[in-house]
Design a protein around this ligand. Sequence first.
Ligand SMILES: NC(=O)c1ccc[n+]([C@@H]2O[C@H](COP(=O)([O-])OP(=O)(O)OC[C@H]3O[C@@H](n4cnc5c(N)ncnc54)[C@H](O)[C@@H]3O)[C@@H](O)[C@H]2O)c1
Length: 434
Amino acid sequence: MGSSPSSVGVIGLGYVGLPLLLAFRKAGLNVTGVDIDPDKIRLLEAGETYLSHIPGDEIARALASDSVLTTQMEALAEVEAVVIAVPTPLTDVMTPDLSYIEDTASALGPHVQPGQLISLESTTYPGTTREVLIPRLQETSGLRAGDDFLVAFSPERVDPGQSDHDITEVPKLVSGLDDESLQRAIDLYSSIVPQVVPCSSLEIAETAKILENLYRAVNIALVNEVKILADHMELDIWEIIDAAATKPFGFQAFYPGPGLGGHCLPIDPFYLNWRAKTKYDFEMRFVELAGQINTGMPLYVVERTRNALMQKKVSLIGANILLLGMSYKRDISDIRESPGLELVSLFEDREGATVSFHDPFIPVIPRTRKFPQLADRESVILDAQALEAADAVVISTDHTDVDYRLVGEHASLIVDTRNVMKGVADVRAEIVKA
Ligand SMILES: NC(=O)c1ccc[n+]([C@@H]2O[C@H](COP(=O)([O-])OP(=O)(O)OC[C@H]3O[C@@H](n4cnc5c(N)ncnc54)[C@H](O)[C@@H]3O)[C@@H](O)[C@H]2O)c1
């Protein structure tokens, strides 16, 4: 067993990179954080946050000393290891967009030092580290991977905003180009996690990460489909899942919802499917089917809302819909791929309703590639007046900091996609679980 390095750089200070940077610093390493976004660097230097679940004072405390924050890659020439945590989105035609990894490698290459370890953390298809990252680094550095510098792939398992899955408490998969790379990566990550799990190749670790996310996407699709059947049977899917989950083996509970969001589940499975198709002429039917079911859920919620309003002789055309929750999951401010955005668009553009929203984490909707027309919309205050003015209140995210009792007292119809009204007292509203 070797010893932990004394310095590390992190490229990409987002949902993955920022907690990593803080964890390394708290473990006593000198840290260098690099991001292409000067606003993020400015905020971090001022000890302020841009991620709602990471408080500014934690940033200020952790980065007060022995930290460099910069937009300049050349600062990384001084560190022993560099971690890359840049985005891996899909293109408009659902193929992997590796431009962030490629651009990062091109910019980093000229500053790579002999003996340095470069570790990729971005989720991506098997083969990326060996076939995309390494050639680009070699080309731009003039050095040879394995001979001159070391390369690892260690996927991130962070669950932003969920304090019971802190980054430093979850075992970490680690893989290397060769034995020395693997050992150096083990030494690096052992400084911040309780257990590192060595994998025998870069491709094993790359595929394992996608399998984890595909497993969730498929199981969520499964319960979403059973939910639709349960609605036909007039049975409560949540009660069905709770009952099944009492089995102590062979069943893991997944829960339905208004659709998948975030930078992982709606995207990662398609990376694997793309690789399967283009390299092995093999189609991953589970990926396709889960994608179809999960992307159909926002429309299902709209249909359930339309039917519930019809029972009250209210047309969805021209109805006032109040959406509770715009971020894709509880207690974070991430709206990437959020079904909340899709719901607003469906209710308004397709159905002719008027939508307002309340989200304690999203005061204003930022510009997104898919829904630019929703940019700059503001969250409304959640009070009796707003609730009474709504023909239907649609709960799309189960944020903790929402007064669901107030919602139950003043709304007339609640379409609850998260079962969050369960157990709320004094509910006068009709509740439809959707
Ligand atoms: N968000 C999650 O919950 C999560 C969990 C596990 C793995 N991942 C994976 O981790 C990777 C990063 O995801 P994220 O959610 O942290 O993304 P993010 O968008 O929150 O952060 C990425 C950061 O990289 C910066 N960046 C982009 N290009 C850059 C460049 N050329 N040089 C320097 N900085 C650059 C961006 O400005 C941004 O701050 C993705 O591959 C994602 O799939 C994400």
